[in-house]
Design a protein around this ligand. Structure first.
Ligand SMILES: [Zn+2]
Length: 355
C-alpha cells in the first residue's frame, strides 16, 4: 500500500477508525432515538416525501410509502380539506384516481365535485391521530359534503364541520333528510372503478344501499360496513400492478354481502356493549406503541431518505392553484386542534369481524 501523503499506515488506520466511530456514533444515536420513539411520531414529523420512485411498502395499516406525490389543494372538481394536517400525500395511482373520480362525481350531480379529507402523511406510516390505516398512500377519505361552487378558504377548510348521514336519534339509521339517491350514486360510482378494492361506509349506509341500490349489485361487495364513516367514506385502492412490496388484502366476498353475518353483526348489541370493567387486582396493561421495528424493514430507509422539494412533489407540476396552499408554519401544524374526537354519545365498538 502506498501512502502518498506521508501518513503512516498506523495513523491512517487510526484516522479511519476515528472517522468511522464518529459516523457510527451519529448513526447509533439516530438508531437509538428511533428505537425509543413511537413510529407515529417519527412519521408524523416527516414534512416532505422521499425523492425515490413511488413505492407502497407493507400493509394499509402497517407500512409506509416512498415517492409520494401531493394532491393539489385545488382542482377543477376537488378541494383538499384540513390542510394543516399535511395528509394529502399519496401514491400517484391514488392522486390520479381522485382526479378522475372527482370529475365523475361532479357529472353525476354531486355539487361541483368532492372534498377530499386525509390521504397519507408525506412518507405514510402510522399517524399520531385519526387512523389505523392510510399508511401506504392507497387510502383516501371523501366527505359526504359536496364541494361548493364557491371555493372554500384555507380557514373554512380547517373549521367546516362534518355532516353525519345518520339520524342520531335512532339506532344505526340513515337520515333520509341528508341521504339521497345522489349519495348512493356517489358511493357506488367510487366502487365501480377496477382499481378500487374497498369502499368503507357506516353499517347503516351499507344497509341502506342493500335495500335500495338497483344498479350493479355485485359492486356492493366492495362496500364494506365499518364503525364511523357516516360523514365521510373511505376509498381503498388495490396494490398497484408490479408493486411487490405492497401487501395485498384478502378478497372481498363474491356476492353483494347484504345478508352476511358481518353486516348483521353491526345491528346486534355486541359491538356496542361497554367494555368489561377492568379487574382492580390486576395492573392495567399499557397498550404497546407501534415502533419502527414493527414496520417493514424498508420503512427505516424511507424515514431517513433525502426529501423531494415541495414543488417537485406535487402531482401535475403544481399548476392547479397550488400557490393557495396552507401556510407552512408551526401553528397551522397543530394537528390536535383540528382533529375531532368521536362524539361522546356514540359508544365505540369492541371487536368486529375482519374484512
Ligand atoms: Zn379513512
Amino acid at each position: 500500500m502506498i501512502w502518498r501523503t506521508g501518513m503512516t499506515a498506523t495513523s491512517g488506520t487510526l484516522f479511519r477508525l476515528a472517522a468511522a466511530s464518529v459516523v457510527f456514533g451519529i448513526l447509533a444515536g439516530t438508531v437509538q432515538a428511533q428505537d425509543a420513539t413511537p413510529a407515529k411520531q417519527l412519521f408524523g414529523a416527516a414534512k416532505l416525501p422521499t425523492q425515490s420512485e413511488a413505492v407502497p411498502i407493507g400493509f394499509y395499516a402497517k407500512g409506509c410509502m416512498a415517492g409520494a406525490v401531493a394532491l393539489p389543494t385545488d382542482g377543477p372538481t376537488w378541494q383538499a380539506m384540513r390542510l394543516s394536517r399535511n395528509r394529502r400525500w399519496g401514491n400517484p395511482a391514488m392522486i390520479s384516481f381522485l382526479e378522475q373520480f372527482s370529475g365523475d362525481a361532479a357529472r353525476l350531480g354531486w355539487g361541483s365535485g368532492i372534498l377530499v379529507g386525509d390521504i397519507s402523511q408525506p412518507r405514510g406510516g402510522p399517524m399520531i391521530t385519526g387512523h389505523a390505516s392510510h399508511q401506504i398512500g392507497l387510502d383516501a377519505d371523501i366527505w359526504f359534503t359536496p364541494k361548493p361552487a364557491q371555493p372554500l378558504t384555507v380557514q373554512q377548510r380547517e373549521s367546516m364541520p362534518f355532516t353525519s348521514m345518520l339520524d342520531k336519534s335512532k339506532f344505526l339509521t340513515v337520515d333520509p333528510k341528508r341521504w339521497g339517491s345522489t349519495n348512493a350514486r356517489l358511493v357506488m360510482q367510487a366502487a365501480s372503478y377496477p382499481q378500487v378494492e374497498r369502499v368503507f361506509v357506516n353499517p347503516a349506509i351499507k344497509k341502506k344501499l342493500c335495500e335500495t341500490w338497483s344498479g350493479n349489485r355485485d359492486l356492493l361487495s366492495k362496500v364494506r360496513p365499518v364503525y364511523g364513516h357516516d360523514e365521510h367514506f373511505h376509498v381503498r385502492l388495490s396494490c398497484p400492478p408490479g408493486s411487490s412490496s405492497c401487501q395485498k388484502q384478502a378478497d372481498t366476498p363474491s356476492t353483494d354481502d347484504c345478508n352476511s353475518k358481518a353486516l348483521a353483526w353491526w345491528f346486534t348489541k355486541e359491538p356496542w356493549a361497554p367494555p368489561p370493567k377492568p379487574d382492580p387486582n390486576k395492573k392495567p396493561v399499557k397498550p404497546r406503541q407501534v415502533m419502527l421495528s414493527d414496520l417493514p424493514k424498508a420503512c427505516a430507509a424511507v424515514l431517513s431518505a433525502p426529501a423531494r422539494s415541495e414543488a417537485e412533489a406535487t402531482y401535475g407540476g403544481g399548476t392547479m392553484a397550488y400557490s393557495e396552499r396552507a401556510p407552512v408554519n408551526a401553528a397551522a401544524r397543530s394537528v390536535d386542534a383540528v382533529v375531532q374526537p368521536p362524539p361522546a354519545d356514540v359508544p365505540l365498538p369492541s371487536e368486529r369481524p375482519r374484512n
